[in-house]
Design a protein. Sequence first.
Length: 275
Amino acid sequence: MADLHTPRSLIVTLYGAYGRTPGDTPLPVAELIRLLNAVGVDAPSVRSSVSRLKRRGLLVPARTANGAAGYALSQDARQLLDDGDRRIYAHPSPPLRDGWVLAVFSVPEAERHKRHLLRSRLSRLGFGTAAPGVWIAPAALYDETRHTLERLELAPYVDLFRGEHLGFAATRESVARWWDLEAIARLHLDFLAQHEPVLRAWESRTGEPDAEAAYRDYLNALDSWRRLPYTDPGLPEELLPKDWPGGRAAEVFGLLHARLRDAGAEFVRGGPGGS
């Protein structure tokens, strides 16, 4: 897996893990710099990335209770993260009987840039391609798909359907055409290569965990993991190849989450402005 721990990605991951507080209390800029410095991001990169996320409408400037400059999540960003939680922390393998959601779209030639955006977003949601203009995903992704298309004002170009696959090829064979399962499996194996040794190292430790080390290892693991449930939409187990590595990758992330998330929160709260 390529190093995808970009400053912008780490900031989004940080807000997703620790920044959704009651009342959406903003994170002070100084705290963002401290927390990102712990994972190797310098202050200029933090400020530049925050500005880009602000322009994209994901962060909004706000003052903290003591008047310091900070940033809070926008409503769209909170919806995006709330939708993501259902995949990142659960990553279910739905029963085949739940069926599929189909997205069928048609975009006028004069707005063909939206055709590219639609394809890109459906792909990032985990949809596979059943036919030109016909995209498919497990039915459990319906709500998130609807939220995403509405947020991006793409809903007028798309019809969504629920259904089941009735042939003519076996569903297992069709799934192998709709998704690049080999590429998805490699991503799971890359995650395991990076983060399973981290889990083993933590399992061998005794005593109270070091809060900064827990925070650093958790944020990096979460930043790597949160992409995988979108590339891998969570297909029914009976449709996947034998020895599918997705289950072990999800297990490793789940164990890291259980061991490190709350310990890392101590480091988040420990700086100036922390509770």
